[in-house]
Design a protein around this ligand. Structure first.
Ligand code: NAD
Length: 290
């Protein structure tokens, strides 16, 4: 079993970006600038946004954090987005999800200019992805593709099962794995909460990408020997022995599944850091496109 080390791979990517940023500066070009909007004080969201800001510092990007109160109105948020869309200093920005219930996420996604949509959530970017045109790929699926690519994992002709059909992970992932690309050319089955007898699909799969948000859902009896498993899930469970008071669990029962795998991502240290590296890649691309 080989561990797909997202932490190391994301650090490699960030080192490559750092060099590119230094080159840009030498050529007198501006420093790439990522902004993030966060609404409210959700603990996990704050952790993710802080990690993104830290990554910007590491690669030499500028970053701006816009913090809005939990009770900010939808109109105020949309107005802030409009401001960032029209701010030439900002190359790309994200709106950290989830948003409070009184705000329509679809409206927010549509409001972000596709040229600055470095999370790759705008329908224009998703549509371009489906057509294999240049676009911002959604950060988590892009990170998974990078990880599989950098570990030279053969995907062509393989049976790939994706568990979970969210707009930000499962659905785009299923499209990317079926594309005619180096990482791609799989026969993909997209499974979800209404899938009957999921085990019938996972048992036959060469590659399983698990993104449903249920801790330790995928168990050893559900997979075959030699499978490649990518665990996207992050669930916080209480753990009094930790300083933070919690620990993170993936969607895979790691200890029993890992021995059957040819490759597997750990949680933490797998897909999470790759998502951040992808965001950095997309921001650099946003600046390059200007
Ligand atoms: P989501 O929560 O929006 O949706 C869950 C999906 O799982 C749905 O499509 C549902 O149909 C499916 N599902 C639920 N129960 C199922 C079952 N029993 N069998 C098969 N499918 C089932 O999904 P999301 O936003 O993609 O998040 C999934 C997990 O990934 C969460 O734990 C989230 O925190 C994590 N996540 C991690 C990263 C990262 O960077 N590592 C990024 C995004 C999401």
């Amino acid at each position: 079993m080989i561990l797909l080390d997202g932490k190391k791979t994301s650090n490699d990517i960030k080192d490559e970006i750092t060099i590119k940023v230094a080159e840009l500066k030498k050529k007198g070009r501006k420093t790439p600038h990522l902004a993030a909007i966060i609404v409210g004080a959700n603990g996990a969201s704050i952790t993710y946004v802080n990690a993104k800001v830290k990554a910007c510092e590491k690669v030499g990007f500028e970053s701006t954090l816009v913090q809005l109160p939990e009770d900010v109105s939808e109109a105020e948020l949309l107005s802030k987005i409009d401001e960032l869309n029209n701010d030439d200093r900002i190359d790309g920005f994200i709106v950290q999800l989830p948003l409070p219930k009184h705000i329509d996420e679809h409206k927010v996604t549509l409001a972000v200019s596709p040229e600055k949509d470095v999370d790759g959530f705008h329908p224009e970017n998703l549509g371009r992805m489906v057509l294999d045109l240049p676009c911002f790929l959604p950060a988590t699926p892009y990170g998974i593709v990078q990880l599989l690519d950098r570990y030279d994992i053969e995907t062509s002709g393989k049976d790939c099962v994706v568990i979970g059909r969210s707009h930000i992970v499962g659905s785009p992932m299923s499209i990317l794995m079926a594309r005619n690309n180096k990482v791609g050319n799989c026969t993909v089955t997209l499974t979800h909460s209404r899938t009957k007898n999921l085990i019938d699909y996972t048992k036959k799969a060469d590659i399983i990408i698990v993104a449903l948000g249920k801790a330790e859902f995928l168990t050893a009896d559900m997979v075959k020997e030699g499978v490649v498993v990518v665990d996207v899930g992050i669930t916080r469970v209480k753990d009094a022995s930790r300083k933070s008071g919690f620990r993170l669990l993936g969607d895979v029962k790691f200890d029993e599944v890992a021995p059957k795998c040819s490759y597997i991502t750990p949680v933490p240290g797998g897909v999470g850091p790759m998502t951040i590296a992808s965001l950095m890649m997309n921001t650099l691309q946003a600046m390059d496109m200007k």
